[in-house]
Design a protein around this ligand. Structure first.
Ligand code: DAH
Length: 371
């Protein structure tokens, strides 16, 4: 009898483990249903010799609850796989039967849920590795920042209405006499002058007067959280930008175009192209907006894009006043900068159709587990 029960269990277990969605209910019926194999075997227990009855009874009950539990888990797993086919591979296991022990140590346990990196973290890592390959240094600057770094040093005159475009959150703390109000940084451009200060300090530059010695080189990649008062399908109040800043002797728009082309091909793929449109930013002159060909219609024009193009963000040649604010002589040095949204480039990647950006930060596991 004991052998029969163990055989039934092994047979049921190997069927449960490899069951497809349309098979699991049938397996339940054929083992645990009214006329199921285990149910039938259990009906014979009362007629066993009295000394065997209690031990066999206990074994049969144990097997029954194991099978019930395994079937319940399998139902859940199959339901999950239906909404997330990628998970299937992680949970597909084989059952190796062990014929002679009532305690089966080869029985698969329950896998703990497997986590993965958040979509935005994955994008930040990918962007970082693309720029590190061409010599950019990843840096981070404060999220809670002075007006001076976010606006003043970037050539925004005091009370200039352009400050309003950034819809900034101000922090309720007394302003610094030199660096002004305290705010949540609305863009990663706030790292530009901080980076100039860091590099000059590193090479031991004198503090008086603008730096005009030869050999200065800045290649910054600042990726950080930014905050603006905005929330709709394509905006969240907290989002991420990645900012590039290159300063050196004889840096021109050609260098900007080269880096842009390299990034577009590396991140979006060989088929995508870009265009540069004239624009205005206070801190670059000339300034541009960069558009990427739409990954859905490949530039032909569709519902998702503007005539085949998607806006990626701003860039331009660093304004001489910004170099001066960072103590660098604009007659000797030039540079270019760009600032693009991490969530935005992510959404522009081929094949990803997220129609509400706020989903990224809603902590909805059904959404997050897909990546
Ligand atoms: N900081 C700008 C924004 O948030 C984007 C930007 C434009 C960054 C031009 C730059 C730049 O570095 O050169 O909208």
């Amino acid at each position: 009898m004991q052998e029969t029960l163990i055989q039934i269990k092994n047979e049921a277990m190997s069927m449960i483990v490899s069951a497809e969605a349309d098979e699991i209910e049938q397996i339940y019926i054929s083992f645990l249903g009214k006329k199921g194999k285990l149910t039938n075997a259990m009906k014979e227990i009362p007629s066993l010799p009295i000394e065997e009855r209690s031990e066999i009874g206990r074994l049969a009950n144990e097997i029954k609850s194991t099978l019930e539990e395994q079937i319940k888990d399998k139902r859940m797993e199959l339901k999950k796989n239906r909404s997330n086919p990628a998970q299937e591979e992680k949970t597909n296991r084989k059952y190796i039967p062990n014929d002679n022990s009532p305690v089966d140590i080869t029985m698969p346990g329950n896998l703990p849920p497997l986590g993965s990196l958040h979509l935005v973290t994955q994008a930040i890592r990918e962007i970082t590795s693309i720029f590190e390959k061409i010599g950019f240094t990843r840096v981070r600057y404060p999220e809670v920042e002075y007006d001076w770094y976010a606006f003043g040093s970037l050539n925004f005159p005091q009370n200039h209405p352009a400050r309003d475009d950034w819809e900034t959150f101000f922090v309720d703390l007394p302003a610094d006499s030199k660096k002004g109000n305290i705010l949540l940084t609305p863009h990663t451009s706030s790292g530009q002058v901080r980076e100039m200060e860091r590099v000059l300090k590193n090479i031991g530059a004198r503090q008086d007067g603008l730096y005009a010695e030869p050999g200065l080189s800045i290649k910054m990649l600042n990726i950080a959280k930014c905050y603006r008062r905005q929330s709709d399908v394509s905006h969240t109040q907290m989002f991420h930008q990645f900012e590039g800043l290159v300063v050196g002797e004889n840096i021109t728009i050609a260098h900007l175009k080269g880096v842009l082309e390299y990034f577009v091909k590396s991140y979006f793929g060989e088929k995508r192209t870009f265009r540069i449109r004239p624009y205005h930013f206070q801190f670059t002159e000339p300034s541009f907006e960069i558009d990427i060909s739409c990954g859905v219609c490949m530039g032909r024009g569709c519902r998702l894009c503007k005539g085949g193009w998607l806006e990626m963000g701003g860039s331009g040649m660093v304004h001489p006043n910004v170099l001066k604010a960072g103590n660098i002589d604009p007659d000797k040095y030039t540079g270019f900068a760009f600032g693009w949204g991490v969530e935005r480039v992510l959404m522009m990647k081929e094949g990803l159709k997220i129609d509400d950006l706020r989903l990224l930060y809603s902590n909805d596991l059904e959404f997050l587990e897909q990546f």
